[in-house]
Design a protein around this ligand. Sequence first.
Ligand code: FMN
Length: 96
Amino acid sequence: MNSPTSATLRCVVYRSRAAVSFSPSALKMLELLCASRNHTRGVSGRLHYFDGQFVHVLEGPAETVGKLLGVIKDDPRHTGLTILLDRPVSGRAFTL
Ligand SMILES: Cc1cc2nc3c(=O)[nH]c(=O)nc-3n(C[C@H](O)[C@H](O)[C@H](O)COP(=O)(O)O)c2cc1C
């Protein structure tokens, strides 16, 4: 049986609640920061915000996604982070 390696693609979807008020420009800044930093790390996905709630899809090398999730969890700008899906995937749903 193959053991997971850092090359294994992992997809995580979580939801959380904004703990601070996000203006449209603050949201845009967050989206741009995520897109640019995640691209460099080989992580693709999509961050959605609606009515004070985030839904975030992250996909990329398993270890990288795990580390990133640890950083995101500790961000005080949101709370109540709940994992909706966390599994290995054979390919990306989003373009890197
Ligand atoms: C809802 C939410 C989603 C985030 N998603 C990402 C992300 O996908 N990638 C990322 O680099 N930072 C993301 N962040 C920001 C990180 O939590 C963290 O603030 C940032 O990576 C650390 O930046 P620093 O190294 O400049 O302190 C997110 C923050 C929030 C509130």
